[in-house]
Design a binder for this molecule. Structure first.
Ligand code: 6R9
Length: 570
């Protein structure tokens, strides 16, 4: 397959020379950016907010917020006071203590961020939840983590089955007219003291608990610790290329790890101005947001980019997006077609980044100073050792598809799967390699190429095919908005390729169109890669972070149980 190359621009990037940075890397040097490297006193919230106030940056904007009805901006000093007050409310009115699990279950609003930072100042562990979770999803997570407190709104409190959760002591509501049985955040916040004694922690103390679903079984609670900040900080420098004057927008919700590691920790550790958009996605709303705050660095996801692409290029003409200087993507494979489109309409190269809830931060990425090979995830973060290994942990030579693995021991690696040691242990081979569950290969020049989840790789007529390549070809077809590809068991070929397709506005399903699409893949990619079966769907099943759920497609097709669906979009 021909690879499109987008050459690096010759600009002043934080990471000018990738190979040098890899060679000279030492995590101890990165620690020296923080006073805890000497004092041993560590607290993420302090490093994100108070440190900048102590360093004379109190008047700088830390947070711009906008939704349909509200627009507010807060300085670092404002955030310091707000998080202190929130910490006082949670400590005095909900008895939160160090190590407790405190869940946050509410829409993106400034108060979510105050409460989250306040929780961290007490030394408690934050558990963020998507506001769209229904009762069972909420219950499973609170039960498994033995959560003591949950912070929510009046709209959502009905989904918290308090009577079935013996460890849950307090429900804190951030809203007007709060019924008496709950802690009334706003009222207590008004009265709360503006100073707070931050709880100093050890670098191995808990920080955040993100629940993530695998293909089978219950969602698992991935625990990260304070030391993870080293990765959040340095990837903000190297990957997001943060400079003092940047205005940054990460479009992810904190219910997803991207919305915390890169929607909270990384920008604030680096002291830049962070933006949060409330409400739902709309192309106009998003472009307007970039224009309103003059966003310079934008971190988003392929699913959003594909929706923007589908909304048409005329809309873009209406907005001034000239503030943008660096655009990145995460969450699922970034189709070359999307890179090409964005290059045409925004005149920006989109930088793909690969990582997982379990890795806590960026692992394999495209650096701004590096040429982009469209379709490749890029190269490992300096300080992270990646490899393609077989099931025994032997490294494979270039261009061979295998398990994408990471050498154990980077600072933001998960420290536990909550209450599930066997699950945690099952991620590792020989106590040496963390195995991602993704299948990939590395080319001769060290670029990594994603092929699919290991479970999703298709074996058809003796060929190993990654679904991503086919999906990427499919979305190049003008009629195709989104595509999901699975292997369907077949007595002759082992598996055949089946594609589920959502059409773009203005296209009708027909057998001719199926034939045309099949031909398009056959001629553009390979005969064996052309889907033998195609089903048209109005929508594809996706997670809230925008990932196509191939296991659900497979379950539909084979009439199997689909496993845990709590993270699926409505
Ligand atoms: C941050 C995040 C992790 C899984 C991962 C992989 C897929 C993420 C990707 C990507 C291809 C990329 N994934 N980034 N696949 N290219 N740039 O997404 O965490 O929600 O835990 O998902 O997402 O399959 O293993 P999480």
């Amino acid at each position: 397959m021909k690879v499109e190359i987008y050459e690096a621009l010759n600009e002043n990037y934080n990471l000018a020379n990738y190979d040098e940075a890899v060679k000279n890397h030492n995590w101890k040097d990165i620690e020296k950016n923080f006073s805890w490297s000497e004092t041993g006193k560590i607290n993420m919230a302090y490093e994100c907010i108070d440190r900048h106030v102590d360093n004379g940056k109190g008047d700088k904007i830390a947070l711009h917020y906008k939704d349909q009805d509200r627009q507010d901006s807060y300085t670092y000093k404002d955030m310091q006071v707000a998080s202190n007050k929130a910490a006082n409310v949670l400590k005095n009115n909900a008895a939160v203590e160090k190590g407790d699990r405190v869940f946050i279950f509410m829409p993106r609003k400034p108060e979510l961020y105050f409460a989250l930072l306040g929780t961290l100042k007490i030394g408690a562990i934050v558990g963020p939840l998507f506001e769209a979770f229904m009762e069972k999803a909420v219950k499973d997570r609170l039960e498994n983590s033995e959560a003591k407190v949950i912070i929510t709104t009046k709209d959502l409190v009905g989904r918290i089955p308090k009577d079935e959760l013996p460890h849950l002591e307090h429900i804190v509501i951030i809203d007007e007219d709060v019924p008496e049985e709950y802690v009334d955040f706003n009222t207590e916040y008004e009265k709360a003291n503006e100073t707070f004694d931050i709880e100093w922690l050890d670098k191995e103390d808990g920080l955040i608990l993100h629940y993530t679903s695998g293909s089978t079984g219950q969602p698992k609670g991935v625990l990260h610790v304070q030391e993870a900040m080293l990765v959040h900080y340095i990837s903000g420098q190297y990957v997001l290329d943060f400079k003092e004057d940047d205005v940054y927008w990460c479009s992810a919700d904190p219910g997803w790890v991207t919305g915390t590691s890169y929607g909270i920790f990384s920008p604030w550790l680096n002291g830049v101005t962070n933006c949060v958009a409330g409400g739902r996605f709309s192309p106009d709303g998003w472009y307007d947001f970039i224009q309103t705050f003059n966003v310079t660095v934008w971190y988003t996801a392929p699913t959003a980019l594909r929706m923007l692409m589908g909304a048409g290029d005329d809309i873009i003409e209406k907005y001034d997006l000239s503030s943008l200087r660096h655009v990145l993507s995460v969450g699922e494979p970034l189709n070359p077609e999307v890179i090409k489109w964005a290059h045409k309409v925004f005149n920006h190269r989109i930088h793909d980044t690969w990582w997982m809830t379990e890795t806590g931060g960026h692992m394999i990425v495209n650096y701004p100073s590096m040429d982009i090979r469209a379709g490749s995830m890029g190269k490992p973060l300096p300080g992270v050792e990646a490899a393609i290994v077989d099931d025994q942990g032997n490294e494979l030579p270039p261009n061979r598809m295998g398990n994408l693995a990471l050498k154990k021991g980077w600072p933001s690696m998960m420290r536990a799967v909550w209450n599930n040691k066997p699950k945690f242990d099952s991620y590792f081979i020989n106590d040496e390699w963390y195995v991602s569950g993704d299948s990939a290969y590395k080319d001769e020049d060290g670029y990594y190429w994603f092929q699919g989840r290991v479970d999703d790789v298709i074996m058809t007529a003796g060929e190993r095919v990654g679904p991503f390549e086919i999906e990427s070809k499919l979305v190049e077809h003008p009629a195709v908005a989104e595509a999901g590809v699975i292997g369907k068991p077949d007595p002759v070929r082992g598996e055949i390729i089946k594609a589920f397709i959502a059409l773009r506005e203005g296209y009708e399903e027909s057998d001719e169109l199926k034939e045309e699409i099949r031909k398009f893949v056959k001629e553009g990619l390979a005969g064996h890669a052309a889907p033998r079966e195609i089903d048209f769907k109005d929508k594809l099943p996706k997670t809230r972070s925008g990932k196509i759920m191939r296991r659900v497609l497979k379950a539909w097709e084979l009439d199997l149980p689909a496993g845990d669906l709590s993270t699926m979009e409505d």
